[in-house]
Design a protein around this ligand. Structure first.
Ligand SMILES: NC(=O)c1ccc[n+]([C@@H]2O[C@H](COP(=O)([O-])OP(=O)(O)OC[C@H]3O[C@@H](n4cnc5c(N)ncnc54)[C@H](OP(=O)(O)O)[C@@H]3O)[C@@H](O)[C@H]2O)c1
Length: 312
């Protein structure tokens, strides 16, 4: 079958190790089944795997991809929960088990959820990583309530666009920062209410910050939150070691919370949320799986707005 896989890894030139070609069919162990992939979404995780982060070199070649929606052998339309649990702890598809950027993927039956008919294949494929991460950050870890103020740092990332869309759909007032005015305009279309240049002062302090940018935006996140406010962190695209600003942390009694992915129950709730509110994941573009290299190049250049989707 056709798949996009990591043949080699390079920190400086991740795309050099990417290959799109024929690989053996999946062989599902007991309790797993084969899903015929209808759409799979890319994540920065896939680029990190090609850089040698999170994917051990002795596991190469490895099919990339964490997210997908597809059809089981008995005809069920499903969305995959991307978090795999085993004796070694949890992992995502493409870390210890072959990923989703393929015509077919083996999945534990317990990780399959019914795909809502209301979502397209591409929209459903966006849910398991970026949207699930944003859902958990906002509602589980962040405890966001309707009418509260939330600040989303960065307007273009997969997680940040998901956070804008979900928070606005839940009745929160959404403030977004970006270095790029065009991206802010797109954030407005997703439902953002207050648009600011990166680092610009918020008109009113927010109850919750969704932080995935890291060093570049951390000082602004710390300044922008109300007393007893919350900053939920799920990424550090611009670097992982900002100054901690401890005096502000204890004096204003802030909560800083880490968050990663989400549970099967949260994914089920997210899919229901999308159906009930009519909100739909933002798809940057869809391409055939055979053109995976083009999609990776777009992501590596930071050109995408929303999710890049591959269709086998
Ligand atoms: N914990 C989890 O479960 C989980 C799940 C998914 C992703 N992640 C992580 O979350 C992070 C975000 O990933 P992503 O794919 O959503 O987005 P991304 O493409 O990595 O970028 C996110 C945002 O970062 C902003 N940004 C980047 N460099 C910046 C800089 N120097 N100054 C200011 N802003 C900057 C961009 O904003 P503008 O261009 O609009 O300014 C962009 O919108 C990554 O680190 C990823 O590994 C974690």
């Amino acid at each position: 079958m056709l798949a996009a896989f990591a043949r080699a890894q390079s920190a400086d030139d991740p795309l050099a190790g990417l290959e799109v070609g024929e690989v053996p069919e999946p062989e599902p162990p007991e309790g797993w089944e084969v899903v015929e992939v209808r759409a799979a979404a890319l994540n920065h995780h896939d680029l990190w795997s090609l850089r040698g982060v999170g994917l051990a070199a002795d596991r190469l070649p490895m099919i990339l991809g964490c997210d997908a929606a597809g059809v089981t052998a008995d005809g069920r339309e499903v969305v995959l929960h991307a978090v795999l649990e085993d004796a070694q702890g949890w992992s995502l598809f493409s870390e210890r088990h072959p990923g989703t950027l393929a015509e077919r993927v083996a999945v534990p039956s317990a990780n399959l959820l019914p795909k809502p008919a209301e979502l397209s294949w591409a929209e459903a494929a966006c849910a398991p990583t970026a949207y699930l991460t944003a859902y958990r950050m906002l509602f589980t870890r962040g405890g966001l309530r309707p009418g509260q103020r939330v600040l989303v740092q960065g307007a273009a990332g997969g997680v940040s666009t998901a956070a804008i869309l979900l928070a606005a759909g839940a009745g929160a007032e959404v403030t977004v920062t970006s270095r790029d005015p065009d991206r802010l305009e797109r954030a407005r279309e997703l439902g953002a209410h207050v648009l600011l240049g990166s680092g610009e002062r918020v008109p009113e302090r927010v109850d919750l910050v969704v932080e995935t940018v890291g060093e570049a935006t951390w000082p602004h996140s710390m300044r922008s939150v109300v007393e007893h406010g919350r900053i939920v962190v799920a990424g550090s695209t611009s670097g992982p070691n900002p100054g901690a600003d401890l005096q502000r942390l204890f004096y204003r009694q802030l909560d800083v919370l880490g968050s990663t992915m989400g549970s099967r129950d949260e994914l089920e709730a997210l899919l229901r949320f999308l159906v009930l509110t009519g909100r739909r994941p933002l798809v940057d573009s869809e391409r055939p799986l055979a053109a995976a290299t083009e999609a990776f190049a777009r992501m590596a250049a930071g050109e995408e707005l929303g999710k890049l989707v591959l269709v086998p």
